[in-house]
Design a protein around this ligand. Structure first.
Ligand code: C5P
Length: 259
């Protein structure tokens, strides 16, 4: 059982990940403050990290939230392993790597995280980006549907020791069925009932994503751009609670979701 999240998910709020997609540290800090206590995890992605560097990681601790370093690492195994080593002292709970980087890269990322963080840092494999569709896959020489490719990549990652995955709500049920209760599934591409879809092509509500087996949902713009971000986060947490209630009776929760 991955220790990274065991026992950590105890409330609907703790399953809610807020994407700190802001152009500066000060804007991100203000955004994080607005949702203090209403979200369990803050995600630092490329926009903020490229601008502000590791200082952005400190925002999670300041706001009493867990840190998700969404770095989407994809390089030769040596480089990715060493990047995970550099991240280890920061105290993040999650870091993303691209499953397409291959088995050796994934295995070395997992081993380094386990060794240096005592299992506290979970490697999340990004399968197929939700911005790619079947046509994009074909242009890259991948036949069949993007969902099947996501499953193939997830199997490779699983065999390499990865136990956390980022997938679209459209794939979450298939991944849960394939990987079973031990997997930790994180879904972006989520929109609370009645809000705009923006550029996310296939969206589901937090309730649907959780009911289908997601452990965590990622929300960016629907919280960031809301008039009252804390209220938007609280509404999303309510939907998460409704999704948990809808899960099939007797369904086995993943270790990350036993709270
Ligand atoms: O604003 P929105 O809720 O669409 O933000 C979603 C967040 O999740 C962004 O930070 C984006 O980078 C991230 N993400 C995504 N799709 C993926 C992986 C990550 O939307 N496949």
């Amino acid at each position: 059982m991955p220790a990274a999240t065991a026992g950590a998910v105890e409330s609907p709020e703790s399953r809610l990940i807020f994407a700190l997609d802001f152009p500066s540290l000060s804007a991100a800090r203000a955004g994080a403050e607005k949702v203090r206590g209403a979200v369990g995890v803050l995600k630092v992605g490329l926009e903020l990290f490229v601008k502000e560097g590791p200082a952005a990681f400190a925002l999670a601790r300041e706001a009493d939230a867990a840190l998700f370093a969404d770095l989407k690492l994809h390089d030769i195994p040596e480089t990715v392993e060493r990047a995970v080593g550099s991240l280890a002292p920061v105290g993040a709970r999650f870091v993303t790597v691209h499953a397409a980087g291959g088995a050796a890269m994934l295995a070395r990322a997992v081993e380094r995280a386990a060794k240096e963080t005592n299992g506290k840092l979970m490697i999340l494999a990004v399968t197929v980006l939700t911005s790619l569709d079947d046509e994009d896959m074909q242009a890259q020489g991948v036949s069949g549907r993007s969902r099947d490719h996501a499953l193939r990549l997830a199997r490779v990652a699983w065999s390499a020791g990865v136990r956390g995955f980022v997938c679209s709500p459209a794939e979450v049920a298939a991944l849960r069925a394939e990987l079973g209760p031990e997997a930790t599934l994180v879904t972006p591409g989520v929109r609370p009932a009645g809000t705009a879809a923006h550029d996310q092509k296939r969206v589901a509500t937090p309730e649907e994503a959780i009911a289908e087996g997601a452990d965590y949902v990622v929300l960016g713009r629907p919280i960031r751009d809301a008039k009252d971000p804390a209220a938007a986060a609280r509404a999303a947490a309510k939907e998460i609670a409704a999704g948990l209630a809808r899960r099939a009776p007797g369904a086995v929760a993943s270790p990350a979701t036993r709270g």
